[in-house]
Design a protein around this ligand. Sequence first.
Ligand code: WT7
Length: 651
Amino acid sequence: MNRSDQPIEALLDEERLFPPPEECSRSANIADPDIYQRAAKDPEAYWAQAAESLEWMRKWDRVLDWNPPIAQWFVGGKLNVSVNCLDRHVRGWRRNKAAFIWEGEPGEERVLTFADLYREVNRFANAMKRLGVQKGDRVTIYMPMIPELPIALLACARIGAPHSVVFGGFSAESLRDRINDAQSKLVITADGSYRRGQIVPLKRNVDAALKDCPCVEKVVMVRRIGDAAPVAVDETRDVWWHRAVENVPAWCEPEPMDSEDPLFILYTSGTTAKPKGILHTTGGYILGASLTHKWVFDAKEEDVYWCSADIGWVTGHSYIVYGPLANGTTGVLYEGSPDWPDKDRWWAMVAKYGVNVFYTAPTAIRAVMKWGESYPAKHDLSTLRLLGSVGEPINPEAWMWYHEKIGQGRCPIVDTWWQTETGSIMISPLPGLTTTKPGSATFPLPGIDADVVDEAGNSVPLGGGGYLVLKSPWPSMARTIYGDPKRYEETYWQRFGKNVYFAGDGCKRDEEGYFWLLGRVDDVMNISGHRLSTMEVESALVDHQEVAEAAVIGKKDDIKGEAIAAFVTLKEGAEGNAGKVDELKKHVVRKIGPIARPQSVYFTAELPKTRSGKIMRRLLRDIAEGRALGDTTTLADATVVAKLKSQYEEG
Ligand code: WT7
């Protein structure tokens, strides 16, 4: 378990309390504390009432069919997510309201009104149809943060083709595996993207991936870079976006989707080397995303809202694209890095666009903290009224800094716990109601039945810790792992019985019932808020011809939360030197992507193992973090770890 700067006992004694500012309570979307009780008393009635806020083509027959662990929500209902995000706004006065204010890394600006977005989505939906994409076909999207990215997602939703977005920081090989797993027919990409002034050659990665993807028929490419990123064009397969939308009809009939029809697949790391294709469906997902956006971020009509995530992660799906657009919110979309051209880019943008609500990750806050307060201090941040955090536990120090230096002591902070699998926020303050404590995600949202249980599945009394579970289904829950329903049941619905969702996180509750998330309890690492499995990185390492064996751990890191440390045994005759360290790091980047680059690589003649041959990662973590070794009695050979420790200490 990982908690960056304090032992948990210190956290539970947290005495600093931040009640909601009066102004916020007075005007909040949710100001009635009875909502929690009402939801708990009759969850189905609660969710049904909430679902009235969506536009349905056909109303549902039943709110929920629950055959654990299989849930179906709003059974018999029909709707289209793009209609909910666009058509209903375009019909009324929001037509000319900004949907996205986009800024490219080099500095270009583009504002898309809801009408603009609607037009582009309709056109691209028709373009995809013309390329042979039909309802149910999967589409892989590998794009930079440019307007065409949300346009592509919404166009897929409009024609009922589930999208699978692959983050642009993944390698060609990772992309290939995800395309093949989803059996995508179409890939949407760009010639390249900008990152810290450099060009990331996306199309080149697509070309490499597609050498082994027979399922792909067509590739659409956005011209983002132009001459500086020349691309190889396969005339039978590749088409430029701007050509694809030429002469297509301006209107595309939205596909009436069943509540339970798939909306998207999103790959995330589990405890094995193979990522899981988390499948989300239509009705429940858009309800979860829109409702939580409205309540947790207290979305107001006049808001300028900015979630700094990448759309390649679930945070971007739910809180850049679907939630905010369903609520008719104006969102900022930024292509690049926070420290380009200088470390005040974000704050310059907050001031420039008058951002009111800002949502980011603890790793970013810690980086900004390290750069120093002079960067935010240079800009007028007085428009901010609410701040959010997501992706990993936020340490109280970072929370306080965020509160004081960015929120200027004025803005409530919502620390939101959720996962790719939960689809939307599960545990979070409600800004007008909840008194917050620095470092606690506070309480489960109304209708969310979270608990902390021990090894045997018994609820742990307040003051104690254990495993975080969700004991009742919720609308935006994942429905399955694409193509592997068995793994879905085994991973989430077995450990504590088939009625109980096992999140994979450790959690404590204090005497007042506040939830304190403690990090993963499995072999999943959280590197700068990005989820990676130790096994994934290990198998990338052993793929190198000179590596015999590898063990990977997430080592505490002041900025990233966790950083990757690899312990490697080389094959006979291979030499572990500085050059080899470099080579192995590069190899992992090539296999998985830059996000998986190990921070440190250590060579060792042997790895510490139990008598049954299991690598004891816990001891490796002790070594890497410079602690005394924990219990070593189950080791097959205790000298291995002792040697490793002294070797490590020598540097
Ligand atoms: C894992 C899910 C869903 C948003 C982005 C990450 C960790 C997420 C928090 C938080 C403590 C958090 C958990 C979780 N996590 N938010 N507020 N406090 N931990 O999505 O990639 O699916 O990762 O991120 O460990 O299981 P993800």
